[in-house]
Design a binder for this molecule. Structure first.
Ligand code: CA2
Length: 144
């Protein structure tokens, strides 16, 4: 099983700024945990980050035929991007929406996700473990 992890804007700052909200782990440390766990589960992982909305759209489109599942932390684009929603819908690959923080405990503008309704499921609020839980979900729920 091949799983594409995509990370949106500002997630490259993890562990470097605002640790009280997002924790002290860097994205590279989260990636390392994901890779270690994926190896145990026999899953293959690609892990990417970009600050550009269009790049996320391109990566989602290019996943067709190359990945079985997408795990997506679209960061702020979760709440704004019709383009990312349309790409997920068009590509037809099961996509798991994830967040480090529990977006529903935060500002009201984070309560609305434009992508949830085209995703297979949502995991939020478990910090870096949200990534590992998504990996488990991908392997146990989506693998056929
Ligand atoms: O909780 C999450 O994973 C979010 O997707 C993170 C996004 C936020 O806009 C979403 O509402 C929820 C923000 C990612 C920004 O990450 C930073 C990390 C360190 C310092 C500043 C921002």
């Amino acid at each position: 099983m091949k799983i594409l992890f995509l990370n949106g804007p500002n997630l490259n700052l993890l562990g470097l700024r605002e640790p009280e909200i997002y924790g002290s782990a860097t994205l590279a440390q989260i990636e390392a945990k994901v890779r270690k766990h994926a190896a145990k589960l026999g899953a293959e992982v690609d892990f990417r980050q970009t600050n550009l909305e269009g790049e996320l759209v391109n990566w989602i489109q290019q996943a067709r035929g190359n990945f079985d599942v997408i795990v997506l932390n679209a960061a702020a684009y979760t709440h704004t991007s019709v383009a990312i929603r349309d790409a997920i819908s068009a590509v037809g690959i099961p996509t798991i929406e994830i967040h480090l923080s529990n977006v529903h405990r935060r500002e009201e503008f984070r309560h609305k996700s434009l992508i949830s309704s085209v995703c297979r499921g949502i995991i939020a609020g478990f910090g870096p473990n949200s990534y590992l839980l998504a990996l488990e979900a991908a392997v146990n729920d989506i693998r056929n």
